[in-house]
Design a protein around this ligand. Structure first.
Ligand code: NAD
Length: 248
């Protein structure tokens, strides 16, 4: 029996990349999964893939930056699987530019999707979790939210914001047995990073003590731990999955 049997999980941005691998990993452990993504087709592909391997999944198209969509995503979990135990806020975007050149739209959009998106889902999901007196919320931050990065002021600020949001939610919800943690990946090979120039990739890897990029699986296995009863006494933490790139 899987460690997440009878649990219901929402994963945002699960149409591809790290989110898809998280959805597959949680479903393998027995969770019923709601695959949410702004891209309806990729969301469906992820859910179909899980179902054809014997897992339980449904997909829903939704934009996390919309409070109405966030509510619909939570309602989908209740309608299809009659509950909600795990929320993984993974949806994220980049619009890189130097501060001098960054447009207001580039700033606003990244904060709206990455930070407000997580708030929207937490707000909707917590209504259910508070009543059930159980919940695991896992927010995907980034090491650049800890160390900053040239050309990523908007993205780094959104990911640093995720850490403050995580700790505040952890304190607000602790008395109801809801654990809230963040995972901060380092350099992970996905569609988001695949198109970086080779020299940039090499420069990144030279700063990683383990001397390799991480995989989506490296992140997903930590999310699985934080979603499971094995982490019941952990809340308000930021777990870096970065090959040692940033050591405090
Ligand atoms: P990705 O671009 O491959 O996938 C992101 C997914 O989110 C896509 O399927 C996209 O359609 C979806 N999405 C985008 N905007 C959305 C919205 N408004 N509403 C709902 N869904 C939306 O990215 P990835 O590399 O898999 O990254 C996943 C998460 O991990 C992101 O939060 C990212 O910031 C974070 N992260 C990635 C890395 C990395 O090296 N790849 C490092 C640190 C953190």
């Amino acid at each position: 029996m899987g460690i997440l049997e009878k649990k219901v999980a929402i994963i945002t941005g699960a149409g591809r990349g790290i989110g898809r691998v998280i959805a597959v990993e949680l479903a393998k452990e027995g969770a019923s999964v709601v695959v949410a993504d702004i891209d309806e087709n990729t969301a469906k592909e992820t859910a179909d893939g899980i179902c054809s391997s014997g897992g339980k999944a449904v997909s829903i198209a939704g934009d996390v930056s919309s409070p109405e969509d966030a509510k619909e995503i939570v309602d989908k979990a209740l309608e299809e699987f009659s509950g909600l135990d795990i929320l993984v806020n993974n949806a994220g975007i980049v619009r890189d530019n130097l501060i001098m050149r960054m447009t207001e739209d580039e700033w606003d959009l990244v904060i709206k999707v990455n930070l407000k998106g997580a708030f929207n889902l937490i707000k909707s999901a917590s209504r259910v979790m508070l009543k059930r007196r159980y919940g695991k919320i896992i927010n995907i931050s980034s090491v650049v939210g800890i160390m900053g990065n040239v050309g990523q002021a908007n993205y780094s600020a959104s990911k640093a914001g995720i850490i403050g949001l995580t700790r505040s939610a952890a304190k607000e919800f602790a008395s109801r047995n809801i654990c809230v943690n963040a995972v901060a990946p380092g350099y992970i090979e996905t569609d988001m990073t695949r198109n970086l120039p080779e020299e940039v990739k090499k420069a990144f890897i030279s700063t990683i003590p383990l001397k390799r990029a991480g995989s989506a699986g490296d992140v997903a296995r930590v999310v699985k731990f934080l979603a499971s009863p094995d982490s019941d006494y952990i809340t308000g933490q930021v777990i870096q999955v970065d090959g040692g790139m940033v050591m405090a």
